[in-house]
Write a protein that binds this ligand. Sequence first.
Ligand code: NAD
Ligand code: MG
Length: 384
Amino acid sequence: MIKRIGIFGSTGSIGKQALEVIKHNPDKFSVEILTANSNYEELIEQAIVHDPNIVVIGDDTYYEKVKQALSGTDVKVFAGEKALEEVAAMDCYDMMLAAIVGFAGLKPTLKAIQSKKAIALANKETLVVAGDIVMDLAVQNQVPVIPVDSEHSAIFQCLVGETRNKIEKIYLTASGGPFLGRKTNFLVNVKREHALQHPNWQMGAKISVDSATLMNKGLEMIEAKWLFNLQPDQIEVLVHPQSAIHSMVQFEDGSLKAQLGVADMRLPIQYALAFPHRIPNEYPRFSFRKFNTFTFEEPDLRTFRNLALSIEALEKGGNLPCVMNAANEIAVYAFLKNKIGFLEMTDIIEAVMGKVPFIEKPSLDDYLNSDAEARTLAADIMSL
Ligand code: NAD
Ligand code: MG
């Protein structure tokens, strides 16, 4: 049977790679929904090539342009933030690929879960913001949440066949990003262009900056907590610059399982779309000749303080991860616009985390309010 896929965030790095996977497997997947925020030209092009049922342009000022360009087709066009949620609840698809970046992905994903859609989750911020609510809702609706993030896909793959066995701990591997081994005196001068050069992966701008600050690994620790129901002390970050081991699980007998492969996001995307099956592909294979040395080191929490802040948020829980995420989004976009320096991102996040009142057991509204409050505070701090 063909699985009907809704790609939310189809014009992004993950979205485009997902379209490639689907194009190679027309007997297994069809594209039903494509969405973009403002890149209407790419959305139109994708719609013409992939012939979905529906497209949504998040920024409704582009509605007419998209509508006009697709007037000769039977693709339905919707626009606006609310439309993302409405379309997420529609019957025309089976699985959502949640590939919107940031907090904006939360509401459509919640709607999809409520509508009993399987979720292939790239958007880690969804779990950082409201992981308890998302995972509870998924259990209630008997909806699988299958990770796309490469580390979490690795852990998920290691856990296949282990349902009765407890996890002792997981090792989340980290490349270390483009500034591995650098100290504060170097980072203070880092600009946008440097931060966007990741050694092993080609990704969207926000996650590239998060990888450079190690915030990405912090967000991934929190993502892992919710996906695999772990305590903070069961999650350890291990810097592994070759990015060959995508992560590892240690069981109660001390045995370790690791998942390895080429650093190519098409692989975890394909795995999540096809789960529980593996499907053949022609992508490059891993070479042990090329990678003949694997190395491991501790992350440098004193230099990359975003990771230390994330561990604090992970341990304290409540609305703190949500607040941290919101402050980080604002700080990253300011850095990308050359408005603040690399290290100032951390200062802003830390200040906001200290200011928004702590809520131990937040409701969804509490999360939404904490997010808004943190964004306002972060913007205020930057304008001082
Ligand atoms: P990207 O910036 O390349 O693409 C983001 C997509 O989201 C685009 O289609 C954009 O139109 C859409 N979008 C952005 N803001 C939106 C808004 N406010 N409303 C609606 N749509 C909006 O990002 P990406 O690198 O593809 O990452 C997507 C998600 O996947 C992120 O959460 C990221 O952390 C996660 N992820 C990405 C990679 C990777 O290799 N790129 C790896 C692991 C996890
Ligand atoms: Mg990752």
